[in-house]
Ligand binder design. Structure first.
Ligand code: HPA
Length: 271
């Protein structure tokens, strides 16, 4: 929104660097990962924990409202000796705290020196013909139906390639079986109606969720290279005949944690 959001992110970045034990002369962090619901159990595989900093210790962060969304930043050292920030939890637009709260983690990561951002999420699958529950899907593009944007004013950011083609190609070298798809975001917190799911299929969406797009836009504004990965936790509403349940979303994350952890640890070491 205003300059204040960026100033607050700089303050949070300074607090984060000092809480992580870095002083101003140390290089920052190369990579940040945002773990969506369902992804938190995969975080342990990425590297050795150096520090964990509760969100509430840093300016501008709130404790996440949602069960299963963590609520801290973990600093890890990867097997190749790099430092990464793992956000265990995120703020969603549906919490009603506004777009700057949603973008704050990404802006803080950027201000802390991060150049590469990995955004993960849990999503409903819009293509049950080809998708299985438990599949990770690389986000190739998005459709932002939240009605919101983290940027206000005359900052006209190019969104031709929000999700880096280079990074997607790199991940597919690690796992050539990964599909790509278009992620559609609604504000939530309701899941979609079956009519909305039919609409999204017609519009060219492949996954649907309630996060990621505003963070990705804020990241592009900050010049970060973005990788997005959805974990398909359920078929979209009306596609399976079953009602949707947040607990099911978390359960798929627990069941696939080992596979997602291996994937992410390989990805982080190649970035
Ligand atoms: N819709 C929206 N968000 C979601 C879904 C869904 O079906 N599954 C997990 N997050």
């Amino acid at each position: 929104m205003t300059k204040d959001a960026y100033t607050l992110a700089s303050e949070a970045a300074a607090a984060l660097r000092s809480a992580a034990g870095l002083d101003t002369s140390d290089a920052g962090f190369d990579t940040a990962l945002v773990m969506g619901s369902g992804w938190v159990p995969a975080a342990d595989a990425i590297g050795e924990t150096v520090r964990e900093i509760p969100f509430t210790d840093l300016p501008g962060f709130r404790a996440p409202a949602v069960a299963g969304h963590g609520g801290k930043i973990r600093v890890v050292r990867t097997p190749s000796g790099r430092h990464a920030l793992i956000f265990l939890g995120r703020t969603h637009l549906y919490e009603g705290l506004g777009v700057d709260a949603v973008a704050h983690g990404v802006r803080t990561a950027a201000a802390a020196g991060v150049r590469t951002l990995v955004l993960t999420n849990a999503a409903g699958g819009l293509r049950p013909e080809t998708q299985n529950v438990g599949d990770p899907v690389l986000i190739s593009d998005h459709i932002n139906l939240t009605g919101a944007n983290p940027i206000t004013g005359t900052t006209f950011i190019d969104l031709t390639e929000v999700y880096s083609r280079r990074l997607r190609a790199l991940v597919r070298e690690i796992d050539p079986t990964l599909a790509e798809g278009v992620y559609v975001a609604f504000r939530g917190p309701t899941y979609e109606t079956p009519a909305e799911i039919r609409m999204l299929r017609t519009l060219g969406g492949d996954m649907v969720g309630m996060s990621t797009v505003l963070e990705a836009i804020a990241a592009r504004e900050a010049g970060l290279e973005v990788l997005g990965i959805s974990l398909v936790t359920n078929p979209g509403a009306g596609l399976s005949g079953e009602p949707l349940d947040h607990e099911e979303v978390l359960e798929v994350g627990r069941a696939t944690a080992a596979r997602m952890g291996v994937l992410l640890s390989k990805v982080v070491d190649r970035l």
